[in-house]
Design a protein around this ligand. Structure first.
Ligand SMILES: Nc1ncnc2c1ncn2[C@@H]1O[C@H](COP(=O)(O)OP(=O)(O)OP(=O)(O)O)[C@@H](O)[C@H]1O
Ligand SMILES: [Mg+2]
Length: 315
């Protein structure tokens, strides 16, 4: 089956004007990755890592300096490739003098929907983003989160085969964030391929089967979540009652909290011996569970290893 997205050596170098010193910014440096059809790829990276640049290249909003991109096997400059894509930009700027419903209807028409089918879809997506009540209000009267919701409705209206979400939770409240998670899951269940760029790392971890970590324009890690976070189980967290901090001094046990219960971490291989020692001191083991490495741990470690936090290489 053809991949939803396939890029090879995709590179974008922005040239700054003389006023800005005539320098070059290497925003994306040889990106090669794939999104298999029906998969959710989560892309994480610090500010200025090149995430939005990669997305804009996929949508032919900007042209690559070198390298190629394909959407379901077609280059982005072909309208037929872009017709398959629903896009939520990081800073949506819908026509402010249209109402929400008019704007979503316009998006539906531009995607080729007509008549009753168009009207049905417009109502459906306005309901999905919970903007039914504000559908006939001009967008210039919307709050930031409302604009985000209407832009999301626009991205969904034509039932795209590939959904590209650039910071979908930006400006949204807790309910909005939950809504995004539900929409991603619903779309995933329909078989939509999704590229999800977000700084909310726990959401990316929960929703994606594949992850890409971009730092300074370079892809530093990519693969299935299950492989990237495979250190699961090498450490455990133990919680004891009846054990004091002083009693465990010198044990291979890193204390996490020392309240009524003493909670700490140790290597899984040490757990049995520690539990026996605590038991001999009259303590009770209250809980024991494996410590899961999170995407956040992996991300922070990658940023540290790269030694770069914000932006890309300026030459
Ligand atoms: N139009 C432009 N002209 C010059 N440089 C640009 C332009 N757009 C982006 N850049 C540079 O390209 C690099 C990547 O920017 P990009 O917007 O792709 O980052 P990002 O990963 O989406 O960051 P964020 O998390 O802040 O949205 C940055 O160093 C930025 O300064
Ligand atoms: Mg961005």
């Amino acid at each position: 089956m053809v991949s939803a997205v396939e890029t090879s050596g995709l590179t974008k170098i922005y040239r700054l004007d003389l006023l800005s010193g005539g320098k070059r910014i290497v925003a994306l440096d040889g990106l090669s990755l794939k999104i298999e059809a029906g998969h959710v790829l989560g892309v994480v990276g610090p500010n200025g890592a090149g995430k939005s640049t990669a997305i804009k290249l996929l949508l032919d909003l900007i042209r690559p300096t070198s390298g190629t991109a394909l959407i379901f096997g077609k280059p982005p400059h072909e309208a037929a490739a872009r017709r398959d894509v629903g896009y939520l930009p990081e800073n949506p700027a819908p026509y402010e003098y249209l109402t929400g419903a008019e704007f979503v209807r316009l998006a539906a028409e531009l995607s080729g929907l007509r008549g009753a089918e168009r009207n049905r879809r417009v109502d459906e997506v306005l309901g999905q983003v919970q903007m039914g009540n504000f559908a006939s209000v001009q967008i210039r009267r919307y709050s930031k989160g409302m604009v985000q919701r209407i832009a999301l409705a626009q991205a969904l209206v034509a039932r795209p085969r590939l959904l590209i979400l650039d910071e979908p939770t930006s400006g949204l409240d807790v309910l909005g964030r939950k809504l995004i998670r539900e929409i991603v899951l619903t779309e995933k269940a329909r078989g939509t391929s999704i590229l999800l760029c977000s700084h909310i790392i726990p959401d990316v971890e929960a929703l994606s089967e594949d992850i890409a970590i971009l730092i300074g324009g370079k892809l530093v890690k990519a693969g299935p979540v299950t492989e990237l976070l495979s250190h699961e189980g090498s450490e455990v967290e133990l919680s004891f009652e009846g054990l004091g901090q002083a009693q465990v001094e010198g044990w291979p046990f890193t204390i996490v909290t020392a309240g009524r219960r003493l909670v700490g971490r140790c290597a899984a291989s040490e757990a049995k011996a520690l539990i026996n020692r605590a038991h001999d001191l009259g303590a009770t083991l209250v809980s024991m569970h494996p410590i899961r490495q999170t995407l956040e741990d992996t991300f922070l470690a990658a940023v540290k290893a790269q030694g770069q936090q914000v932006g890309s290489v300026i030459e």
